[in-house]
Design a protein around this ligand. Structure first.
Ligand SMILES: Cc1cc2nc3c(=O)[nH]c(=O)nc-3n(C[C@H](O)[C@H](O)[C@H](O)COP(=O)(O)OP(=O)(O)OC[C@H]3O[C@@H](n4cnc5c(N)ncnc54)[C@H](O)[C@@H]3O)c2cc1C
Ligand SMILES: NC(=O)c1ccc[n+]([C@@H]2O[C@H](COP(=O)([O-])OP(=O)(O)OC[C@H]3O[C@@H](n4cnc5c(N)ncnc54)[C@H](O)[C@@H]3O)[C@@H](O)[C@H]2O)c1
Length: 474
């Protein structure tokens, strides 16, 4: 039986980070991946295809908008198969980075097949091969949750695993779930010509965002999508090639007839059927693997990262956790995980940027200040006619950054400066001293920092002292 310093289960965002990092440091590493290709959900069914599709959809939308704005004539319908071909091209190109050869060259032994933990240090791959590891990292990701809806077993529907294979634009599309997956894809389908309705069980879409952000993005998206909130799906059935969906809203039953349904109702960790209960690795009631601050499970030689621990289900968080686990597992360092400075971006148009606490969360434990700047007050956004967005920086009373939120074209890029500032412990005022070329979008951050100084200069004792000093100096 082959024996390793480290066995990694799952070759996605988290697992590949661990395998590459540990092998580069000289560890003897095995990587077990059930699919033929490495890369995981992010590459094959998640971030990469969705962003490629979003870009195509945005181009189509802007072509139409530009034609209207500049008095040109545009004819024809966009062909979604061309967009999906571009999706496949993007996946293939990035796949080359995650090839078996690359990892084998690093010294990683790859086992293709489904892995199960059969004893504390023993992994079985497809009931055929047994391998032994001093430490084990579980990075098996997640899959879509399918809610228990009457009739769903006999009705076809899309998920993120099948959406990028569609060969025609659904005329009427129902998206169940108003979270990031649902909204990013809904807007893109709408831009390819689908009539899209979002059915959301809660009273709001984007439940995790700051309230101001939710209110503005909803108004923006309503130009392209129809929302049904507080709506609970009761049953579905197929009828003459269409799907009839019955949902309850405000005590009434409503029916909607559509051509396709996209399920975007959250994620479920891939932690079942892996033998975890048998060896005493604890799961919470949603199936997430319970980990401590060092990302160790209830068995200290087994670590769990990425979507399996349910803490921060994003690719960059899985990568960050993976790097930490390499240090902790190989060198016995007790590095603690922290998500305080981990941002996320939802790639709707406009994009939604999120870092740290929302205003409501911050108010619970801090005496806060809020600095808000609208894009219409920043020259670069004015030149671009991008006038409906804003940024909001939330600080404690001393100016330490607690949270930052933004809505605007490419917000994920121009807000990165504040992630750096927060990570390095800078206060908001420090951004005021950073020179931003004129006219750039990033200047919006400088303007928010200027608000901080303006408050300090004009609301405190300083103006009175300054006045006295100037009189004396004259
Ligand atoms: C539509 C969509 C869009 C997204 N967009 C973004 C985005 O823009 N930005 C972002 O940061 N995040 C995004 N995410 C989330 C991101 O994809 C995940 O957070 C990330 O992939 C998690 O990485 P992971 O390593 O935990 O799991 P994965 O990347 O899914 O990797 C898990 C791997 O484990 C394998 N596996 C499973 N079970 C076993 C087993 N028993 N044995 C062996 N192998 C196994 C799987 O085949 C898979 O390859 C998106 C997700 C979706 C669905
Ligand atoms: N840009 C990004 O970084 C990005 C993009 C997509 C996904 N992701 C990741 O994927 C994760 C999952 O995304 P998601 O949108 O599937 O999940 P989510 O949990 O964020 O949203 C699911 C939504 O579906 C609703 N819902 C659940 N069951 C329902 C039902 N039966 N009827 C009606 N509504 C129902 C929920 O109230 C919720 O609003 C995210 O948390 C995120 O980490 C990230």
């Amino acid at each position: 039986m082959n024996t390793y310093d480290l066995i990694v289960l799952g070759g996605g965002a988290g697992g590949l980070t661990v395998a590459a990092g540990a092998a580069s440091l000289g560890a003897n590493v095995a990587l077990v991946e059930k699919n033929r290709n490495l890369g995981g959900d992010c590459l094959h069914f998640g971030c990469v295809p969705s962003k490629a599709f979003i870009t195509s959809a945005k181009k189509v939308f802007e072509a139409k908008k530009s034609a209207e704005t500049y008095g040109m004539t545009l004819s024809g319908k966009p062909d979604i198969t061309k967009a999906m071909a571009r999706v496949k091209e993007a996946i293939a190109e990035i796949q080359a980075e995650d090839s078996h050869e690359r990892f084998q060259d690093l010294g990683v032994d790859i086992y293709q097949g489904k892995g199960r933990i059969i004893k504390e240090h023993h992994i079985q791959v497809e009931e055929e091969t047994d391998i032994k590891g001093k430490r084990v990292v579980i990075a098996t990701g997640s899959r879509p949750v399918i809610p228990p809806i009457q009739g769903i077993e006999s009705t076809s529907y899309l998920t993120n695993e099948t959406t990028f294979d569609v060969s025609k634009t659904p005329k009427r599309l129902l998206v169940i779930g108003g979270g990031p997956i649902g909204l990013e894809l809904a807007q893109s389908f709408a831009r390819f010509g689908s009539e899209v309705t979002i059915l959301e069980g809660n009273s709001t879409i984007f439940g995790q965002e700051d309230e101001d952000v939710i209110s503005v993005i909803k108004t923006q998206l309503e130009k392209e999508l129809t929302f049904q909130l507080n709506a609970r799906v009761k049953k579905v059935r197929e009828e003459n090639g269409t799907k009839v969906v019955t949902y309850e809203q405000s005590g009434y039953e409503e029916n909607i007839v559509v051509d396709d349904i996209l399920m975007a109702t959250g994620r479920k960790p891939n932690t079942d059927d892996m033998g975890l209960d048998k060896i005493g690795v604890n799961l919470d009631d949603r199936g997430n693997i319970v980990v401590n601050d060092y990302l160790q499970t209830s068995k200290s030689h087994i670590y769990a990262i990425g979507d399996t621990n349910g803490k921060f289900p994003f690719t960059h968080a899985a990568g960050m956790e993976g790097k930490l686990v390499v240090r902790n597992a190989l060198f016995g360092i007790k590095g603690k995980v922290s998500y305080e400075n981990v941002p996320w971006v939802t790639y709707t148009d406009p994009q939604v940027f999120h870092l740290g606490l929302t205003e409501k969360e911050a108010r619970e434990n801090h005496h806060i200040k809020v600095f808000k700047v609208n894009t219409r007050d920043v020259d670069r956004f004015v030149t671009d006619r991008d006038l409906s967005g804003f940024i909001k920086v939330i600080t404690d009373h001393k100016g330490h950054i607690l949270g930052a939120h933004a809505l605007g074209t490419n917000a994920g890029d121009w807000m990165q400066e504040i992630v750096f500032a927060k990570t390095q412990g800078h206060k908001i005022g420090d951004i005021s001293n950073v020179i931003h070329p004129y006219p750039t979008h990033g200047a919006i951050l400088q303007q928010s920092a200027d608000l901080y100084w303006r408050g300090k200069l004009f609301d405190g004792m300083l103006p009175k002292v300054a006045e006295k000093y100037i009189q004396w100096f004259r």
